[in-house]
Write a protein that binds this ligand. Structure first.
Ligand code: UDP
Ligand code: MG
Length: 342
């Protein structure tokens, strides 16, 4: 695999990878700001926009950008696969020697690229954004995020920086390692930490969304948290045996007590305590089964070895030209029609 030598004879290329769900009102501004910072770097660059099954006109808006601007690579996925898979798709397709991961909503300011590049010049493979302040997010999101990172930190062997998102600059060799990890349940910021190499935090202030609302409601946040826990730790499985041992000990104590009472002829009706014990044990068993099921289900899904995603269409003038082709024919027809309409 490439380890950074591909572009050695010319200026290294920069890739900006952005997963986009329903972000219609934000893409033009995203394109404007990202292009400006890339031009400032004076390097060849590409902006890889992954359309994750958008339903609000984001697809059309991004295709139009790709038809106008050689730097834009639009990848339209076959359906909505979710943030982490969409991001993985963009990372697999990008060709840069340095790769910036960005959200479409401009919560993470692309203008920090220069400073992150400077940091990487010091010899780091990953420069990851760490949010010191988050504007415009509910106290609930802040509190749950903080709790999540603390819990994760206790369970996981690799250090996953708290308050880091996916906003980061990566070297080609770090990215190649990430791409080599085939798993389906992807908690990308954790996977990047797991790689190792030289990584450094880059503190920044997270902004409000430029347009639209979050696509991470409570349900998706919880799912991401469960993915993170189960992908990086088997501690919950041990939790089961720990609980088992605890209740086993408790049972012995209760048994001793009962025998003692019995020996002095003190036979109690004992309904309440029995019922309580049954209930507790029952729920513990279900809980433990649930944890087993969580891992078993993931193992089952992984054994299918399905591709992570399918692509519907890629629109990119530069990619098409590099392969001696033009844009897909029907795209060209559409463009001609639009031009004729004025
Ligand atoms: N996103 C995506 N697919 C999804 C949900 C979100 O590609 O199913 C993208 C979204 O367009 C954005 C990024 O993932 O660029 C982060 O999503 P969002 O801003 O909604 O999350 P938050 O910042 O609120 O955690
Ligand atoms: Mg966001």
């Amino acid at each position: 695999m490439g380890t950074g030598k591909i572009g050695a004879h010319r200026a290294p290329m920069l890739s900006v990878v952005v997963p986009c769900y329903n972000e219609r009102d934000g893409v033009a501004e995203l394109h404007r700001r990202v292009s400006a910072v890339c031009l400032e770097q004076g390097l060849p660059y590409e902006v890889v926009l992954v359309i994750d099954g958008a339903t609000d006109g984001t697809r059309e808006a991004i295709f139009e950008l790709a038809e106008r601007d050689d730097h834009v690579v639009a990848i339209d996925l076959a359906r909505n696969y979710g943030h982490q898979i969409a991001l993985s798709a963009g990372l697999e397709f990008c060709r840069g020697q340095r790769i910036l991961i960005l959200d479409a909503d401009l919560q993470d300011p692309p203008e920090l690229l220069g400073a992150m590049m400077a940091k990487m010049d010091e010899g780091f493979d990953v420069v990851y954004g760490q949010r010191v302040k988050r504007d415009g997010e509910s106290w609930f999101k802040l509190a749950s995020a903080s709790m999540f990172y603390r819990l994760l930190g206790r369970m996981v062997d690799v250090e996953i920086a708290s308050d880091s998102g996916d906003f980061r600059l990566m070297s080609r060799r770090a990215l190649d390692h990430l791409i080599a990890m085939p798993e389906r349940y992807r908690f990308i910021r954790g996977m990047v930490s797991w790689i190792g190499l030289r990584q450094v935090a880059f503190p920044y202030e997270r902004q409000r969304r430029f347009a639209g609302t979050t696509h991470y409601p409570l349900k998706k946040m919880v799912l991401l948290a469960v993915d993170a826990m189960t992908s990086f730790s088997i501690v919950p499985l041990r939790f089961a045996s720990l609980l088992g041992m605890m209740f086993g000990l408790l049972g012995l104590v209760v048994l001793g007590y009962t025998l003692l009472e019995w020996s002095v002829g003190n036979v109690l009706p004992g309904w309440t305590s029995l019922a309580a014990i049954m209930l507790i044990l029952g729920s513990v068993q279900l809980l433990v089964l649930g944890i087993f099921g969580e891992y078993l289900g993931r193992m089952y899904m992984e054994t299918k070895r399905r591709p992570l995603y399918f692509v519907n269409e890629i629109v990119s003038r530069s990619r098409a030209a590099a392969e001696g082709q033009d844009l897909p024919v029907h795209r060209l027809q559409e463009m001609a029609k639009r031009a004729a309409r004025g």
